[in-house]
Structure formats: C-alpha cells, structure tokens
Design a protein. Structure first.
Length: 262
C-alpha cells in the first residue's frame, strides 16, 4: 500500500529546503544554471523519488521564498516549469499540489477496473462503440481467426472517480462472451465465460492526442499520450484479446523492474 500524502505544506517545506540546501541552494555558480531551474530540479527529484507524492500540498510561493531566501519571482518560475511538465497543478484558491500519478507495473496483467479498485478508486466507462462485426486482416492474424469468425469491438473512455484517464479499443472473438452481459470490466466478463487471459504481450510508445482524443480525455490537443497495444492469451496459448489504448501522459507512469542478465 502506498504511503499517505503529506497533509501539511509545512512538512513539504522542510523537505524541500533540506533537499535544496544539499543541492547547493541559491549559491551555485553560473555553470549550475539559473537558480529557478535548480529549484525546479530539486522539486522534480523529490517527486521522482516518491518523497513528494501525488496530492501533496506544496508550500505557498511566499512561504517558500521567505524560507529559502529566494525571490517570489524565482519560486514562481520554478513552479511554472513543473506545471508545464505536468508534475504540479495549481488550484484556484487552494494553492499548488503534486499531480497524482498512477504507476502501472508493466509486468502485471490486470484490467482497468481491478486496477482502480485496488487503488481505492471508482472505475467507470463511457461506451463509444460496442458492436459485433467481421475481423479485419490484422485482427485475423493477431487473434487466429478465419474471415468468417466475428469479433466484438468495444471502445470506451475509462474513468477513475469521474476523471477520464484512458481510451481503450478492445477486440475479442465474439464467441468468447455475450455482449449483452458485459459490464464495466471486460476481464470479469471473460473470466465468467472461462476465457480469462493469463499472459499478454504489450508494446508501449509515446504519442500526442488528436482532437477527438483530447475531447474525450478532457485535455488539450497535442498533449502527451502513452499508446499501448496489448495482445492477451489463454492458458492454452490461444489469443483472446487485442486492445489498443491511449493513456494520459500526465497521469500515468508505466514502471518496469530490470535485472542484470546472467
């Protein structure tokens, strides 16, 4: 279970001041770059190390300026950098907060609904398309189907606590489940039919949001996305699912643990 967010900006202030002092504070030479970039780098490092977590309230610009001896302009420019990177959010009348990021291990095969339930969030979906049709050549190859075997196409916006996080376009053999009994979770429906995948291959690459994707995800066109294609298999090796997804780059980190070969 993840650690709770810091519940008081003063706690974050002491953490930031300590890390900034260890990094040389405001006394670095010209070779170290502008002070605001060093402060932004310090904050970024604390976020990446998990010492400042999603939802943590940051100290006000005035408090951070007074405690660090920097000008408010310098502090504001540092925070602007992190806002532009999506690591910090400003909330009108409430202050600045570390953006909540969702870390998804690449080694774990789990559906969106179960993943959000595990995190204590409520999963829901906005269905864009649910239809049975014949497969295209790519789907025939990936699912091992003949041209006459129909597939179920399911396109949805996936939301957590009402916030749109991803667009999923799933294709499964139509015989694998009854579309009329499909609820929020595709994997739960497949499991009920004895068609639960046990392993998957995923490809992840970076992209930018089209106008339609931006509208569905409530982000600006051109915002960063993580595009993922997943091909899932049953225990007998038969392919059961091909899903192409677009995840918001400002809300998702996909994490892999690596070990040295040999």
């Amino acid at each position: 279970m993840s650690e709770p967010a810091l519940d008081h900006p003063q706690t974050a202030l002491m953490l930031i001041l300590g890390a900034f002092a260890r990094a040389g504070g405001g006394d670095g030479g010209a070779r170290d770059g502008p002070v605001y970039l060093r402060l932004a780098s310090t904050l970024r490092g604390l976020v990446e190390l998990g010492q400042l977590r999603g939802g943590d309230a940051l100290p006000s610009e005035r408090d951070l300026a007074e405690a660090s001896g920097l000008s408010r302009v310098t502090v504001r420019k540092a925070l602007d950098v992190l806002v532009d990177e999506g690591l910090v959010q400003r909330r009108q009348g409430a202050g600045s907060f570390v953006t909540r990021q969702i870390e998804q291990p690449l080694s774990l095969l789990i559906g969106f609904t179960d993943d959000m339930r595990r995190r204590g969030a409520g999963a829901s979906s906005l269905t864009i398309l649910k239809a049975v049709s014949l497969p295209d050549p790519s789907e025939m190859l990936k699912l091992g189907l003949s041209p006459a075997e129909p597939v179920l196409r399911l396109s949805r916006v996936r939301l957590a606590d009402g916030e749109p996080l991803a667009i999923e376009n799933a294709v499964v053999p139509a015989q694998a489940l009854n579309p009329e009994t499909l609820g929020t979770s595709l994997y739960e429906a497949l499991k009920a039919q004895g068609q639960m995948p046990v392993r998957a291959l995923q490809r992840v690459h970076a992209g930018i949001a089209t106008a339609d994707e931006a509208r569905l995800l409530q982000i600006a066109p051109g915002s960063p996305l993580l595009r993922i294609e997943r091909r899932s298999f049953l225990a007998n090796g038969k392919p059961i699912e091909v899903t192409v997804s677009a995840y918001r780059g400002d809300r998702y980190d996909f994490v892999a643990e690596l070990t040295l070969d040999g």
